[in-house]
Write a protein that binds this ligand. Sequence first.
Ligand SMILES: *Cc1c(COP(=O)(O)O)cnc(C)c1O
Length: 362
Amino acid sequence: MSKKLFTPGPANVPEIVRIQLSKDIIHHRMIDFHHILDKVNIKLKQVFKTNNDIIILTSSGTGAMESSIVNLFSTGDEVLIINIGFFGERFIELCNVFNLKVHHLDYEWGKSFNLDDVKSIFERNSKIKGVFVTHHETSTGVLNSLKELGEFINTTNALLIVDSISGLVIHDFKFDDWHIDCALASSQKGFLMPPGLAFVALSEKAKSMMKSSNLPKYYWDYKKYIDYLAKGQNPFTPAISLVLALDFALDLVLEKGIDEIAKGKLELRKYLEAKIQQLGFKLFITDEQIKGNALVPVLSPNNEDLNELVNYLDSRHNLSVSLGQGKYHNTMLRIGIISDFNKDDIDDLINKIKEYLDMNKK
Ligand SMILES: *Cc1c(COP(=O)(O)O)cnc(C)c1O
């Protein structure tokens, strides 16, 4: 039984990638693996738009988030977290666990951040060593714009760390041009892979901050990954099957082209928005300027609990749709369009939602 994943990650895995996953593995200390890691690295650089090497971790996205903290900072370091939702809050929790001195700018869910607020924090605190920001906030569907933020942070001594876990591939992203110092991604979002791999890009500025970091680390230690990458290896046994499949998943992304993918998602997002509103659902974000294209968040027509609808779609029709997070847990649908869907898939989902609504009217 296969399910259509209208969830903002994981997404459905294309057949060509699934075929790779069923093959026997090769050994990660042999030359074949070395060649594949080299190839994958070249392709990842094209996706991140960077000349820097990219580290591959065996982990979900949150592991990459934790790794950025333990590698770049020291106990008591002052950091700023730009928090616009559930995943911004995760950075706050993580930085607190490692006893950093956390400043945070909190915005109402559904809003983007304001660069002037960031600048005024820097005017008052000269000691801030890092700024954490979520590129696309998966709990609200808001896309933060990073270019001006990167240009500003580049004039300071601080690092800019970007969680682009649900941003990358689906939206424009330029690691080098935007002066990002550390960018995090994971396999189960725009890459259309199963979960299990995380990717970390690092600038020279980040690599030099790494040297003075005193937080405890062993498995996450970037230095080990960088040293081994030069030999075409991982320091530890990687998820070999996933790396082999990644080679193919990256070909799919690069053959289609990130600009094309982003354009297609934008079109699909608008199509879905129009259709779901016809059923009485209300768009959570109305400002077109801050909308991402990984999902459409909508509120139930009359504040109804949506758990039963979600269960109905999943168990009766094999259509998996996410509920909201935080206080929107019961009243928001987050309809993901990360999977390679077309308008017919959207029509199918809309018809099944309509069927449920009609059934419950009687
Ligand atoms: C999915 C996601 C994560 C990571 O979640 P994992 O379950 O650990 O992979 C982090 N940040 C954002 C914005 C995400 O969408």
